[in-house]
Design a protein around this ligand. Structure first.
Ligand code: ADP
Ligand code: TRP
Length: 358
């Protein structure tokens, strides 16, 4: 029964995706894509663009299509090699949609409703500002035109299928996705135990021995994210990036030596840790400790060091993004390879579940 697993026993399978909802930002880059890059030489890597997941927030069709091309160009510009990795678009693999239907039969609406990302998005959709945990009641009792769509609820099922259809061992993602990964493992165990098989393994995040990363926003918030509207994008030009960094929220500065660091300033240090040399970071930490720090200088340095990472990528994005032929070729070949694999899993899942030819 474990045919798929047999095929790749020499190399562990790595799988991850990013929703096509715009452009890649530093959170995506450091939380996810930089991990993809480190893994591509050693593992059997499959990276995709989650356009079906993007549909859960009802994007404009033209924007959705543009976003798919953007993310693909950005994957390539960041350094993902289409020869080494399967790069594909989720909707090019219809087997995923079918398996999503099948797996949903083993997923409880209660557990989906309790997922943090669902609660957040449902609150937004219904315009609920309170932190109330009564979201289930709010949804069921809602009589307005606002709607929480069922796709949003079943988002974790689709994500679990993305992962399980490849029998992935590792799923490199940022910290915010760990709950979805936990659900994936739960669904896999449930499937195995319901059918009395040992078919799906239990995929885990890949953190290179450290903790999953959460890249902060420059507005003092804990997370850089598209819906938070506080992103620095890989595609930002020099002027835009500098402006965003110089506007970053700080505080009044330390008044006494060795003061604790406030959240907005800690965020700046965290970003610096990601892109600046150790001596540079140490210099500013010392300046903070002895109260001589000037946030303006720190921001200028941070912008400089960020640009060293983003500008070369930006140039490649502009180049690749205009090459439709290349983009089409990459996803065609990626989809062919991913589909062959997905079709095997789907066939086996149907067989296990009792969907058999008469
Ligand atoms: P967004 O939150 O901006 O909509 P996605 O949800 O599409 O971005 O995230 C795609 C990938 O990037 C996921 O692996 C996610 O964990 C990672 N990611 C997004 N934002 C951050 C962040 N601020 N810090 C770390 N990783 C992040
Ligand atoms: N949910 C992920 C995000 O918002 C995107 C995603 C969809 C994904 N399917 C996946 C990530 C499978 C890893 C594996 O970022």
């Amino acid at each position: 029964m474990n045919m798929n697993m047999e095929k790749n026993k020499d190399k562990k399978v790595v799988l991850s995706g990013i929703r096509s909802t715009g452009n890649l930002h530093l959170g995506n880059y450091f939380g996810a894509v930089s991990k993809f890059l480190k893994l591509q030489d050693e593992y059997d890597c499959r990276y995709f663009i989650a356009d079906l997941h993007a549909l859960t927030t009802n994007p404009d069709p033209k924007m959705l299509h543009e976003s798919v091309k953007n993310i693909l160009a950005e994957y390539l510009a960041a350094g993902l090699d289409p020869e080494k990795n399967m790069l594909y678009v989720q909707s090019d693999i219809p087997e995923i949609s079918e398996m999503y239907l099948l797996l949903n039969m083993h997923v409880g609406i209660g557990e989906l409703m309790r997922t943090a990302s669902f609660k957040d998005k449902a609150r937004k959709a219904l315009g609920i500002t309170s932190d109330s945990d009564e979201i289930e009641k709010e949804i069921i009792g809602n009589q307005t035109n606002q709607r929480v769509n069922a796709g949003l609820l079943t988002y974790p099922t689709l994500m679990a299928v993305d992962i399980l259809i490849h029998h992935a061992d590792y799923v490199p993602v940022g910290k915010d996705q760990e709950q979805h990964l936990e659900l994936t493992r739960r669904f896999a165990r449930r499937f195995n135990s319901f059918y009395g098989v040992d078919y799906f393994g239990e995929p885990v995040n890949f953190n290179f021995g450290g903790e999953a990363l959460k890249v902060p926003g420059l507005d003092g918030s804990g997370k850089m994210g598209k819906s938070e509207g506080n992103c620095i994008y890989l595609i930002d030009d020099e002027k835009t990036l500098r402006k965003k960094v110089m506007r970053a929220v700080t505080d009044e500065g330390p008044k006494v030596p060795d003061s604790p660091v406030s959240q907005p300033v800690a965020n700046l240090f965290l970003l610096m840790d990601l892109v600046s040399d150790k001596e540079v970071v140490d210099h500013f930490r010392k300046a903070y400790a002895d109260c001589s720090i000037r946030y303006g200088d720190m921001k200028k340095q941070l912008a400089e060091d960020l640009l060293k990472v983003t500008l070369p990528i930006r140039e490649r994005i502009l180049d690749i993004r205009s090459n439709d032929e290349l983009l089409a070729k990459v996803v065609k070949s990626g989809a062919e390879r991913a589909r062959a694999y997905a079709a095997d899993t789907l066939r086996e899942v149907r067989e296990i579940m009792g969907i058999r030819k008469i």
